[in-house]
Design a protein around this ligand. Structure first.
Ligand code: CA
Length: 433
């Protein structure tokens, strides 16, 4: 597992890119990977976020050596899939090479042309997502949703044995900042036996999730042992799995989510690598007493010891009225990524245990992460108890579910003593009719 720290995690390291030092998301200790088009135009290419800037990997390949140069060349095209496929050692070589370039100020003049102001660049989804799978690891969310949809039977008996998930839709994944069109569909009739109404969703919701990017792939029929699962994880981004609750309630039985979830999912631009997250590894929270132990194929002592991530996630809303009045976005919830009942490694191992092949750029959603504490609800359906208790915003507006023009902003970061805080950036989008 990739939990050792090295010189790239040195809290005293500074970059000659001034905006990186003290940057809440992208100091030189982070170096997340994305794809962008520079302000002058041209083809999309791989880049690294550093402070307020993006470093063009295509432009710097000649300044790197050996595996790091290969990595930069692999990241020179419009997707990062080829780089992710090479696995953790190549990703680490790139991190080491880029870190050295950005901390040694003798490189400043030669690298200046490869640096672009991030706000002037177009960002893109960082990898071609061949397959998207959404899990359901947030046990507090599962209990809350289960009790709304099935009051007598909130948590089904398989939950504590099987990392529950479904195969989602990769074609509708869009980058942060792209508008979300409100879906129409069949909705659950108000009375049993009545004809279902058809029309725009009136219970449109967000889901606070994290996205786990698959790096090195596997062949068909080759399960990934739990002790090797992290070698197949490239990094983490923020994910918003937009959900139409009225469509969901009508369609979800017996095969699970379909149109309620496939109209749009929003991903943040930057893949924060497993190496960048090394200082923020933490133990998987122990299961409550009485819960079954994971089956052997899902259990690894090392994974239990540090297979979770001390990442804090915050959700905000901004309504059209708030923006017009110049009000700051209002925080809806906050909570830790350790709300996962299963680790990222367990998700990868379970996904492949039957022989399903994993491919670089596959995206695994964690499922909605609700903390279990008040103020830690990862969706509006939980915050408003299914729309029964509207929330009141500071300006007096109320919301049961999202209205047209509402913007949802999710941000996440990791910090602890002895390490420099790093962030995952933002995942935001506005609802349109
Ligand atoms: Ca979800």
């Amino acid at each position: 597992m990739t939990i050792e720290t090295d010189f790239t995690h040195d809290p005293d390291a500074k970059s000659w890119v001034e905006s990186a030092n003290g940057h809440p998301h992208f100091p030189v200790q982070n170096l997340p990977l994305g794809v962008f088009t520079p302000p002058s135009g041209g083809e999309p290419r791989g880049g690294v976020a550093i402070g307020d800037m993006i470093l063009d990997l295509r432009d710097i390949a000649d300044l790197l050596e050996l595996e790091a140069a290969t990595a930069a060349q692999l990241a020179s095209g419009a997707t990062l899939n080829e780089l992710l496929e090479r696995g953790p050692e190549t990703m680490r070589a790139l991190r080491h090479g880029v870190f050295k370039l950005l901390t040694d100020d003798s490189n400043e003049s030669s690298l200046k042309p490869a640096l672009h102001k991030a706000e002037d660049c177009d960002l893109h989804v960082p990898a071609t997502v061949g397959d998207y799978t959404d899990f359901y690891t947030g046990i507090h969310h599962a209990e809350n949703i289960g009790s709304l949809f099935r009051p007598d039977n909130p948590l089904l008996p398989n939950y504590k044995y099987v990392p529950i998930g479904y195969h989602g839709r990769s074609s509708s994944i869009r980058l942060s900042g792209r508008d979300v069109k409100r879906p129409s569909g069949q909705k659950k009739p108000a009375e049993e036996g009545a004809q279902p109404p058809f029309g725009p969703s009136e219970r449109l919701d967000y889901e606070l999730e994290m996205g786990i990017w698959i790096g090195k792939g596997t062949g068909l029929g080759q399960p990934i042992p739990i002790g090797e699962a992290e070698e197949h994880i490239a990094g983490i981004s923020i994910l918003n799995d937009w959900s139409a609750r009225d469509i969901q309630a009508w369609e979800y039985q017996p095969l699970g989510p379909f149109l309620a979830k496939n109209f749009h999912s929003t991903i943040s631009p930057w893949i924060v690598t497993m190496d960048a997250l090394a200082p923020f590894r933490t133990a998987q929270p122990p299961r409550p007493e009485g819960d079954p132990a994971p089956l052997d194929y899902l259990f690894d002592e090392g994974d239990q010891a540090d297979g979770a991530f001390a990442i804090q996630m915050d959700v905000y809303i901004s309504t059209p009225q708030m923006r017009e009045d110049g009000d700051e976005p209002h925080q809806l919830s906050t909570g830790p990524m350790t709300a996962m009942y299963w680790t990222a490694a367990q998700l990868v191992t379970h996904h492949s245990v039957g022989g399903c092949n994993m491919r670089a750029g596959d995206l695994l959603g964690t499922g909605t992460l609700t903390s279990g504490e008040e103020g830690g609800e990862g969706s509006l359906i939980e915050l408003t108890e299914g729309g029964k208790k509207p929330i009141t915003l500071p300006n007096g507006e109320t919301r049961k579910f999202l209205e047209d023009g509402d913007e949802v902003i999710i941000t996440a970061y990791a910090q602890k003593d002895g390490a420099v805080r790093i962030g995952l950036g933002e995942c935001r989008a506005i609802i349109k009719s």
